[in-house]
Design a protein around this ligand. Structure first.
Ligand SMILES: NC(=O)c1ccc[n+]([C@@H]2O[C@H](COP(=O)([O-])OP(=O)(O)OC[C@H]3O[C@@H](n4cnc5c(N)ncnc54)[C@H](OP(=O)(O)O)[C@@H]3O)[C@@H](O)[C@H]2O)c1
Length: 277
């Protein structure tokens, strides 16, 4: 069984999830099937990734073939009606819905049996608290960018005190991406000298050291790969443990370098990244 932690609703949350964004058409269906064979039981999808149907097809086929049962899988999705509505000048039309009302609607989804667990993504601490103040069902997770150059130590502590798990997106800093909503001036994390030194000493890869670091901080990483050997590599992180000294030396790499600034949303009233955390 994939190692897992228990969410605040007592549901198992496997400690590694497969990220599914930025894959070419057709890639993720294959990758999800390979991932299930390797042992992945946690998948992170979204309508905006344009391939959640592929993810669904792969999972449905693997269930039909008897490889896996639905109840052993944790599948995350993030939905919206119209993704990015714009006016006639191309400017984003902001939603006037209060996210607290969205949360109440998500609670209805749980009551109707449409979702088992509900959570947040890219919420700052004040926004999380505002949801908690009205919630009758607590968020199970807050999914945020998290890696050694942006280690989210304050967010992790804040969430832990409130029984919320931090899911780490972009654990490798999304190497090689050219999209316009992220920063491109942060040094490539996978080439970090300190991480390379630890990896060499441990006979592991830098990617494995990063994943292990996050897991030992109680965070659940969701690395994306559509390459079979890297899928395996990213899953093989349960047979070693970093020492407290190694963890501290990786903590020291933090430079609060947020890569996913989502600057195109910076003018919106709920833009989350203007507070300390
Ligand atoms: N909620 C949000 O706002 C949000 C934002 C961003 C991401 N996410 C979620 O988080 C997931 C992960 O983040 P991400 O995809 O942005 O970035 P990431 O996981 O940090 O990086 C993915 C990139 O790393 C490469 N890679 C994977 N394993 C590797 C390894 N062992 N060694 C070297 N390179 C490796 C992948 O290439 P190959 O495929 O060729 O292996 C891919 O190019 C996403 O897929 C998505 O599900 C959520």
């Amino acid at each position: 069984m994939t190692p897992a932690l228990k969410l605040n609703n007592n549901i198992n949350f496997p400690l590694i999830g497969l990220g599914t964004s930025q894959a070419k058409p057709g890639e993720m269906e294959k990758a999800v099937k390979e991932a299930i064979d390797i042992g992945y039981r946690h998948f992170d999808s979204a309508m905006i990734y344009g391939n959640d149907q592929e993810v669904g097809t792969a999972i449905r086929e693997k269930i039909a073939d008897g490889y896996v049962k639905r109840e052993d899988l944790f599948i995350t999705n993030k939905e919206g009606d119209t993704l990015f509505p714009t006016d006639e000048t191309g400017k984003l039309i902001p939603s006037d819905v209060d996210y607290v009302d969205t949360w109440k609607a998500m609670e209805e989804c749980v009551k109707l049996g449409l979702a088992k667990s509900i959570g947040l993504s890219n919420f700052n601490s004040q926004q999380i608290q505002r949801v908690l103040d009205v919630a009758t069902i607590k968020p199970v997770v807050n999914q945020v960018e998290c890696h050694p150059y942006f280690n989210q130590s304050k967010m992790i502590a804040f969430c832990k005190e409130r029984g919320i798990v931090v899911t780490a997106y972009a654990p490798f800093g999304r190497p090689g991406s050219t999209v316009n909503y992220i920063r491109h001036d942060v040094a490539p994390l996978l080439q970090d000298t300190k991480l390379q030194e630890i990896a060499t000493k441990r006979d592991k890869t830098v990617a494995q050291v990063i994943l292990r670091y996050l897991i030992q901080h109680g965070v659940v990483p969701i690395p994306k790969s559509s390459n079979k050997s890297r899928l395996q590599e990213n899953f093989d992180v349960f047979n070693f443990e970093l020492t407290p000294v190694e963890i501290s030396s990786i903590d020291a790499l933090n430079s609060d370098s947020r890569i996913f600034t989502y600057s195109l949303f910076a003018d919106l009233k709920d833009y989350p990244f203007n507070t300390e955390f």
